[in-house]
Design a protein around this ligand. Structure first.
Ligand code: CDP
Ligand code: MG
Length: 140
């Protein structure tokens, strides 16, 4: 096991539902520490850049329109196996398949509005953190 950092986004549906505090509480309770955080509304272009890996998918336009439709909370979480731990707390991409008690099972209506993003591997975590935060914005 190793201490890792991962990028988390509370998507516009999560912010609208008023569950920012509840989601952050789940991270902290699981032993993930916040090392950076901001509340922002992404432009369509910023959302497209962030999700560039999905640019050839049928859901790309809907996804990036949704991600730029309202404020989001972007944070960097740090802890032992932070990437996998965050993905476990999130639950499966499609909330219909998400285990009971996960964020997506508890708060998400459908796959297009699934409340949270989390990096899926060490290399994507590094790229995604650098997309939104300067090194000087990460606390030690
Ligand atoms: O977010 P996650 O890593 O679990 O899933 P992904 O496969 O990287 O897809 C990114 C996002 O695209 C998902 O979180 C969904 O919001 C959206 N998506 C969708 O709308 N329809 C799909 N069939 C697959 C993904
Ligand atoms: Mg993903």
């Amino acid at each position: 096991m190793a201490v890792e950092r991962t990028l988390s986004i509370i998507k516009p549906d999560g912010v609208k539902k008023g569950v920012i505090g509840n989601i952050l509480n789940r991270f902290e309770t699981a032993g993930l520490k916040l090392v950076a955080m901001k509340l922002v509304q992404l432009s369509k272009k910023e959302a497209e850049g962030f999700y560039a890996v999905h640019s050839d998918k049928g859901f790309f336009d809907e996804l990036t329109t949704f991600m730029s439709s309202g404020p989001v909370v972007i944070s960097v979480l740090e802890g032992e196996s932070a990437i996998a731990k965050n993905r476990e707390l999130m639950g499966a991409t499609n909330p219909k398949d998400a285990d009971p008690g996960t964020i997506r099972a508890d708060y998400s209506e459908y796959v297009g509005e699934n409340t949270v993003h989390g990096s899926d591997a060490p290399d994507t975590a590094r790229t995604e953190i650098a997309y939104f935060f300067a090194e000087t914005e990460l606390v030690n």
